[in-house]
Design a protein around this ligand. Structure first.
Ligand code: UD1
Ligand code: UDP
Length: 387
């Protein structure tokens, strides 16, 4: 039997989280042979996720450097990936999202004249520099892709406005919801001592994450100053901050929050503890893309420390609010939610606009159709039901 040879190319934490459910689904069918290639754009944070999802790696480009530049990431991936593509000659390269790994992975596939499928296609802010470089990474990946797997109707619409053929677009939902549903558990027990000790019932727990390149420097300093103000004003507040491994984030976090009793600076958490921490927190303050997608399904308000988002569905569902990086604005917004129960309740719809946990299955079915194994195109998914 002729197998479809699929090469997922992943480099960072969120790519593993979002492609793991898809890789698992493909591996369940003998029709697919999967060669997982990691660029190692992230090292520890990538390995942490490969471990939790028990993914086997066939090729590891191992490119990460401390304080790496976009040029270094891009050139190293291109140089190291092209010979592997030549050797393996896959039928399809599978990329996810808007990282430099996703963009350069697609570019290498194009040079090898290999088809590209793009998961989480069609997200746009319309602003070239926000987020930087992700808005351009995902646009360029879209230009190179042959199969566009979009999470929502809106993302599909964005691609159609750019004249992508509707025959190349499938609305599947985002597989992050598949991953999330597998990991959230009401009875979950934390291994981390700080999290074990934290009284989620009695305390006001704010979970913070940050890493965006355009927020490094003054904007991040503003966010951390806002958090310091909140901790000083609210004695019952506990801040939990799993700090991204970017040295620029870590140095500032340590400097500004290091000695603060109410601030718990943790190492990056593995996916299972992280999503269970999200589910138990009162508020999430973040500049993350993935966290904006996970929050609404968990019924926890997400305040986004950015000026624009490519994920407006979360805002429309009322679970997500953009608060920017102004210090006083952040203090006001967090304070208001903690004090006003009615405002808080408005932000907890508990329904995800990003998927129903079956995106990976749909993506597998799209590939079976695209490679001529099944004759009928899979039905498009629309958040809230099948059309
Ligand atoms: C990258 C992606 C971003 C994604 C984010 C997820 C690009 C340009 N950026 O941003 O889109 O949202 O991942 O977290 O693709 N580091 C480690 N160990 C790790 C990971 C990072 O030490 O496991 C440090 C290194 O010093 C590295 C730095 O963090 O140089 C920055 O990593 P990089 O991948 O360039 O940027 P991120 O902000 O992580
Ligand atoms: N995440 C995690 N541990 C952490 C922080 C985040 O498992 O300590 C998960 C989170 O649930 C989400 C993903 O990592 O699925 C988001 O990664 P990140 O914010 O680094 O990247 P982005 O989504 O902004 O690209």
């Amino acid at each position: 039997m002729q197998q479809i040879k699929v090469m997922p190319v992943v480099g960072t934490r969120p790519e593993v989280i979002k492609l793991a459910p898809v890789i698992k689904k493909l591996n369940q069918k003998e029709l697919f042979s999967v060669i997982t290639t990691v660029t190692g754009q992230h090292r520890e944070m990538l390995d942490q996720m490969l471990d939790v999802f028990a993914l086997n790696v066939d090729y590891d480009l191992d490119i990460m450097n401390s304080r790496q530049t976009l040029t270094e990431i891009s050139t190293l991936i291109l140089e190291k990936l092209v010979p592997i593509l030549k050797k393996e000659a896959p039928d399809l390269v599978l990329v996810q999202g808007d990282t430099t790994t996703a963009f350069v992975g697609s570019l290498a596939a194009f040079y090898a004249k290999t088809r590209v499928a793009h998961v989480e296609a069609g997200l746009r802010t319309g602003d070239k520099y926000a987020p930087f470089p992700e808005e351009i990474n995902r646009r360029l990946t879209g230009v190179l892709a042959d199969i566009h797997l979009t999470p929502t109707d809106r993302a599909c619409g964005n691609l159609m406005e750019e004249n992508v053929s509707p025959h190349q677009i499938y609305i599947t939902g985002n597989p992050v919801i598949d991953a999330l549903q597998e990991m959230v558990d009401e009875d979950y027990q934390f291994e981390n001592e700080k999290l074990q000790e934290l009284d989620f019932q009695k305390k006001e727990v704010v979970l913070l994450t940050c890493h965006r390149r355009e927020n490094l420097g003054q904007p991040l300093e503003n966010v951390l100053s806002a958090v310091c103000d909140l901790l000083a004003a609210r004695k019952n507040l506990e801040l939990v901050f799993p700090v991204h491994l970017n040295p620029e984030v870590r140095q500032l976090a340590e400097k500004m929050l290091g000695g603060n009793k109410g601030a718990h600076l943790l190492e990056p958490l593995s996916y299972r503890p992280f999503v269970n921490l999200m589910a138990r927190s009162d508020i999430i303050l973040t500049d993350s893309g993935g966290v904006q997608e996970e929050g609404p399904g968990l019924g926890v308000p997400v305040l986004v420390t950015r000026e624009v988002t490519e994920r407006p569905e979360g805002q429309e569902s009322k679970a997500v609010k953009l608060v920017g990086t102004d210090r006083r604005q952040i203090v006001r917004e967090v304070g208001r939610l903690l004090e006003d129960r009615t405002e808080y309740e408005k932000m907890v719809p508990g329904v995800s606009p990003y998927g129903d946990g079956r995106a990976a299955e749909r993506i597998r079915d799209v590939l079976l159709f695209e490679f001529g194994i099944t004759k009928k195109p899979p039905a498009d998914f629309s958040p809230g039901g099948i059309k």
